[in-house]
Design a protein around this ligand. Structure first.
Ligand code: PMT
Length: 404
């Protein structure tokens, strides 16, 4: 599914020869199933007819702040509120300067000032105009206002110069928009994710743990957020920054992980367990540092079983859609399938580990298994893998919920 499907996009066109590319952009946006409305400055209408854009968008084109008829149909404030995304293509040096300094002297700049939509500009101008420090400062000002500049490209210009200033091609603009627009497959879901290792204390300075870096779980948390979910991440000790926009809860031991999961599972919809939980913990946690003691060559530490967090949560909170990870050094699929059943999960990601695989690495590969199917997600960057995994999970989650 395209990221811009169903998005309400206002296409702003300003006066430049690249205006002819805006017609193609309008057509491609509609092909992506975006809802498109067009606003043109007066000078844009000198380069391309509003009628062309009206025919392509099948909606009246907005050109005039003081057009009573157009304002009565959809006023500029309504249009500003309507848009999810505003893309100005082409954006002239003049309009860029106006936006950078908050001018609102025509319909387009007024809408921009009145809107909270994500704003993109695709500059198009002569290479000298682009290089001028005034323009470059304006572009920097836009970046500081969280306005994204797409392009320009280098090449031969309409005036005969060669250099930076050509507007990106319509398909390139679409690709940039899609890349920067969050996927919404997980909108209206709350996802609880566990990540990283647990540390099981032996004494105040020593613990039992494992090699999990948290990279897989954190990548899933970031992807879930971008895909529209509300995300809570319960994390063991890792050296990763807390993902912005994700509520991150830090724990150390398996027992703390369980308590935290129990606290948040009730108001979650999906539970994803990537954490590498210690299966056992020392029965005794010495209050003091265990001494070496020269008279002994051996130290025996007795361990007791930790709770199985995933199995407990899936049992106690049956409303949750559950995805476990099975880290295996042998019999990958058979063992993962056993865990899928014994822990009563909806899905499991069979993860080959050992031999420099899985743990700590930036790349990973999994076999995603559910009760009547499975699919291989080959070796790739953990962030990419997270997006692919969640797209598949979202499909199953929606199917599962549609059944009720
Ligand atoms: O963190 P990285 O360095 O990026 O590495 C990622 C990873 C390899 C740790 C991750 O991809 C992974 O495979 N995580 C699962 C690790 C694991 O503990 O697997 P397991 O087969 O032992 O456990 C199966 C499932 O039960 C897991 O979802 C685990 O979180 C859960 N479990 C296990 C034991 C336990 N006591 N409680 C649990 O909830």
């Amino acid at each position: 599914m395209s990221n811009i499907k169903n998005k309400k996009i206002l296409l702003g066109i300003t006066g430049g020869i690249a205006g002819y590319k805006s017609a193609e952009l309008c057509r491609l946006l509609i092909k992506q199933q975006a809802e498109v409305r067009v606003c043109m400055t007066q000078s844009a209408t000198e380069f391309i007819s509003p009628l062309t854009l009206q025919a392509l968008s099948t909606k009246p084109v907005h050109t005039d702040l003081f057009d009573h008829e157009a304002e009565a149909a959809m006023g500029h404030i309504e249009l500003a509120k309507w848009a999810d995304i505003i893309i100005i293509a082409p954006a002239t040096a003049n309009t860029i300067a106006k936006i950078a300094h908050g001018f609102a002297d025509n319909l387009l700049t007024t809408i921009i000032l009145a809107s909270h939509a994500k704003l993109y500009i695709a500059p198009a101008m002569n290479q000298n105009m682009w290089q001028q420090p005034q323009t470059q400062q304006n572009i920097q000002q836009l970046a500081s206002l969280n306005i994204k500049t797409l392009g320009p490209a280098h090449g031969i210009q309409a005036c005969g110069d060669t250099g930076m200033g050509r507007m990106l091609e319509a398909r390139e603009i679409i690709a940039e928009l899609a890349k920067n627009t969050p996927q919404t497959l997980l909108t209206n879901t709350t996802i609880l994710i566990t990540a990283g290792p647990t540390q099981e204390a032996l004494d105040p300075v020593r613990y039992l743990s494992n090699r999990s870096s948290g990279k897989m779980g954190y990548a899933i948390a970031k992807a879930a957020l971008q895909m529209g979910a509300k995300v809570r991440l319960i994390s063991g000790p890792v050296n990763l920054p807390e993902p912005i926009g994700v509520e991150t809860i830090k724990i150390q031991s398996a027992q703390q992980l369980l308590t935290s999961c129990q606290q948040y599972a009730g108001d979650s919809d999906i539970f994803i367990a990537t954490a590498a939980v210690a299966d056992f913990r020392p029965i005794v946690q010495s209050q003091q540092k265990i001494k070496k003691q020269d008279d002994r060559d051996k130290l025996t530490i007795e361990l007791t079983k930790n709770p199985d967090i995933l199995a407990t949560i899936s049992h106690d909170f049956p409303h949750l859609f559950t995805l476990g990870f099975a880290a295996e050094t042998e019999q990958l699929i058979t063992s993962a399938k056993k865990k899928l059943k014994s822990k009563k999960l909806d899905m499991i990601a069979a993860n080959q580990v050992g031999d420099n695989l899985g743990f700590e690495k930036n790349d990973n590969a999994i076999e995603l298994i559910w009760h009547d199917g499975q699919i291989s997600l080959p070796m790739m960057d953990k962030q990419n893998l997270a997006f692919k995994l969640l797209s598949l999970l979202a499909k199953h989650y929606r199917n599962c919920n549609a059944a009720y």
